[in-house]
Design a protein. Structure first.
Length: 501
């Protein structure tokens, strides 16, 4: 059935035919109460405008609704199911579309958009779609809001787009994925709820704010630059991961010789860190679709200038960062490991900052220079830590640790090094607990102007050379002593401070 200009049809049925309703080169056509089954393309519109499809039911077919270069049109209150490819497909520079209050299920793609602009996708329910409930590529200024998806591989997938808004959606038992998206001006991910998290890849200038996310991963920002991850509530095994690699599956530090560490329980806590990083390395469900293909492939530029700020995170690892000049600021983390800055194969880390966070964890902050690609110029400042191990610095990590308040049942700072390890500078920190710092096999580590007054042991030095721990407060004007805080091992503690810094 072909519709002409200003036509209207209602209460019709189509079955076992190629086309149900065709609209070409016309405008102001209305179709409502259409019932279609086993029709190849129940609704086909091309080079038309002001089309309305309302209150219809479509069962089966290759595409439910196909909109090809269609403008200023609406699909609303329509149920579409069991299509071979797409429930609704809009493509080839369609603009000003409104897709709202539809129910679409059991299709490879529920809503599929390609080169669509200035459009609204709102209040739809999409489920049991094998790839994506809502998919969009080459979009511009498209609002995807208040949709509900469940039992899809991805509820929302957007790629190679700009200026889009993904807001107030619910994704249950499925993921939200964004690939190569630039969110300019008003663009953002906001107030979404997802039970399997959110993946952002190859994107820039993105704002991910006020989302509630669960799953194995909360947020993965892969090869992402100049983006803000802010005020999200995340409960996931791995909370926020900022990376440029699909991680690594072999943590060589498991073979690190720690026989000289004789402190009770310390090896167990350090191995827990390594095991969690190993699990992070071998677990990559976000990069694997249902067919088993890895997405996205390879690795590219380092992530840089991202900000992770004001989030509430619980799980095994709160935040993982690699790359250049990323900032982890003002987060509240309750996890086995609070924040990890890492260098791994294919990925270096330098000039990253961790500051003003509140962390309750077995291991508060871990700086993991795991490869020959050194981790340099990491700044850890003004954090409040309640931990077993406060801050751990592994091997090839050049680090400044300053102005932190560290409560620890075991060690406030653990620095583990190799021959040729870069410099570590520990200054102006306040420690409470069993011990302030342990330095193991580390060259070039200095500790100055720290308050060790409320520890039993201020500094342990298990090193071939003396640890420079001059100008610290040990809880007494007379320096380290059994009645104050002690210095154990190869430690140079003279001169000391006679009053707290």
């Amino acid at each position: 059935m072909y519709l002409s200009e200003n036509s209207q049809i209602s209460n019709i049925s189509t079955t076992d035919c190629e086309f149900g309703v065709c609209v070409q080169y016309s405008s102001h056509s209305r179709v409502f109460n259409l019932t279609s089954s086993s029709t190849t393309i129940p609704v086909y519109a091309r080079d038309s405008s002001y089309l309305s499809l309302l209150d219809s039911t479509i069962d089966g077919g290759k595409y439910g609704v196909l909109l090809y270069t269609v403008n200023d049109s609406t699909v609303s209150n329509t149920t579409i199911q069991s299509c071979e490819k797409h429930g609704i497909i809009a493509e080839v520079h369609s603009t000003n579309l409104t897709l709202t209050h539809n129910t679409i299920h059991s299709c490879p793609y529920g809503i599929h958009m390609d080169t669509v602009s200035n459009s609204f996708v709102r209040h739809n329910t999409v489920f049991n779609d094998t790839h994506s409930g809502i998919y969009g590529a080459y979009l511009n200024n498209v609002f995807i809001e208040n949709n509900t998806g469940y039992e899809n591989n991805f509820t929302i997938w957007t790629r190679v787009s700009s200026g889009i808004v993904v807001r107030d959606n619910i994704a249950s038992s499925c993921r939200i994925y964004s690939y190569q998206v630039s969110f300019d001006d008003h663009g953002l991910f906001e107030n979404n709820t997802g039970s399997e998290g959110l993946l952002l890849a190859f994107s820039d200038s993105t704002r991910i704010t006020n989302n509630t996310l669960q799953g194995l991963y909360g947020i993965v920002a892969y090869n992402t630059t100049s983006s803000i991850i802010q005020n999200n509530s995340i409960s996931a095994k791995f909370g926020v991961v900022v990376t440029n690699t699909t991680f690594w599956s072999n943590v060589k530090l498991l073979n690190l010789k720690m026989k000289k560490i004789k402190v009770k329980g310390l090896k167990k806590d350090l191995k827990e860190q390594l095991v969690l990083m190993y699990e992070l390395g071998i677990t990559r469900p976000y990069f694997t679709n249902k067919s088993g293909a890895v997405e996205p492939p390879g690795f590219y530029n380092l992530p840089d200038h991202n900000i992770v700020v004001g989030n509430t995170i619980s799980g095994d690892i709160g935040v993982v960062v690699t790359g250049v000049e990323n900032n982890v600021v003002g987060n509240r983390v309750d996890a086995k490991m609070g924040v990890v800055v890492q260098s791994v194969p294919e990925s270096r880390a330098f000039n990253n900052s961790i500051r003003d966070n509140e962390i309750s964890a077995n291991s508060g902050i871990v700086i993991a220079g795991l490869t020959e690609e050194r981790l340099t110029n990491c700044h850890i400042q003004n954090n409040s830590l309640d931990t077993k191990l406060g801050i751990t610095v592994w091997r090839n990590a050049q680090t400044e640790i300053s102005n932190n308040f560290i409560q620890s049942t075991k060690f406030g700072t653990v620095v583990i090094g190799d021959v040729g390890t870069p410099f570590a500078y520990v200054v102006h920190n306040r420690y409470e607990g069993f011990s302030g710092a342990l330095i193991f096999k580390r060259h070039g580590c200095e500790l100055h102007y720290n308050d060790f007054g409320n520890t039993s042991v201020g500094v342990w030095g298990i090193t071939p050379q003396k640890v420079n721990a001059e100008y610290n407060w040990w809880g007494s004007p007379k320096g380290p002593s059994p009645r104050a805080s002690r210095a154990v091992g190869n430690v140079d503690y003279k001169p000391w401070l006679e009053t707290p810094p």
